[in-house]
Ligand binder design. Structure first.
Ligand SMILES: [Fe+2]
Ligand SMILES: [Fe+2]
Length: 317
């Protein structure tokens, strides 16, 4: 089961996880080769409009420097601080994957790419004045010192969580980019970062798919636990709930998007309802996954209904 906590992975890796890592070696090698054939080779410096940069000592930040809605500004803030923290997660990932050469290499590639994301978004935000740099730096210190990261307790937990999280991050970045303008290059920047997240999602979800073939019961239990307890890896960010609410109201990242663009496509890719010969734990976990999805569908229907009423009221005004 996932919980957010200190970066401490001193628990023993279960024997079943060691066996599973070994059995995943060939698939991991193929996925790593595929990832390396299309590396994240975009140049961060080309995505920053340096010509519009101004000295903060001479001209302190004001929200008017780059007028943005609250939801969009919150989304850039949360997305960037989430990226800041992800390399901490490398420790967790390496804990499970260190005995496999290709998975070890993958975790280094992944860490390098995630660090690139926080670097490029921060530089862009500084140059364009999209965020208050003083508030951002203060929040970075708090977030990094807390070192709150997902702490999966098994390899199936890790594979399930990263599959959902990478796709969720892709959706959040892509929709933030759509709300930005082309002139300051925010649209292209966020779309580019979202492209990397999609490639990360492909790696983890394909690996999870193979793990489902090898250990379907344990994987279904892991998927169930991660789905029911899913939380984006940004809980340590100051004001996280307040920002999340603004992001949700702006419809940049919300429950309907989580269901339709993260949960359903990922579960669909894994075809969990077609898996045969499960033991009791696998059967129960699958039923609970389906039950959770039904609950999300009902929740989304209520949200959509409420929004239709709100939208028609706005149109009447
Ligand atoms: Fe990232
Ligand atoms: Fe990623």
């Amino acid at each position: 089961m996932l919980f957010l906590g200190e970066v401490m992975n001193n628990h023993e890796i279960a024997k079943s996880d060691v066996v599973l890592i070994d059995e995943l070696t060939e698939t991991a090698e193929q996925l790593l080769n595929r990832h390396n054939q299309h590396p994240s080779d975009w140049e961060p410096s080309e995505l920053i409009p340096y010509d519009i940069g101004q000295d903060y000592k001479n001209k302190p930040w004001s929200a008017q420097d780059y007028p943005l809605t609250d939801g969009v500004r919150s989304s850039i803030f949360v997305n960037l601080l989430t990226e800041d923290n992800l390399p901490y997660y490398s420790n967790t990932i390496l804990h499970y994957l260190k005995d496999s050469v290709s998975l070890n290499e993958w975790s280094h590639v992944w860490t390098e790419e995630e660090a690139k994301h926080s670097t490029v978004i921060r530089e862009w935000a500084h140059v364009t004045r999209a965020l208050d740099p003083v508030e951002l730096e203060r929040a970075r210190k708090v977030q990094m010192r807390k070192a709150d990261v997902p702490n999966p307790q098994s390899l199936p937990d890790l594979l399930a969580y990263t599959s959902f999280q990478e796709l969720a991050t892709r959706v959040a970045h892509a929709n933030t980019g759509r709300a930005l303008d082309s002139e300051r290059r925010g649209k292209l920047l966020m779309a580019t970062v979202a492209g990397d997240e999609n490639r990360h999602h492909i790696f983890y979800s394909e690996l999870a798919k193979m793990a489902l073939e090898i250990e379907p019961d344990a994987m279904l239990v892991g998927i169930r636990d991660q789905l029911v307890n899913f939380a984006m890896p940004g809980r340590g960010i100051p004001g996280f709930n307040r920002h999340s609410l603004k992001i949700e109201r702006a419809r940049i990242y919300d429950t309907p998007k989580y269901l339709n663009e993260v949960v359903i496509p990922t579960l669909g890719k894994w075809s969990i309802n077609d898996i045969e010969a499960l033991d009791q734990s696998g059967e129960i976990a699958r039923e609970q996954i389906n039950e959770h999805v039904r609950m999300l569908i009902a929740k989304v229907a209520l949200i959509e209904e409420k929004r239709q009423v709100q939208d028609s009221q706005v149109n009447e005004q």
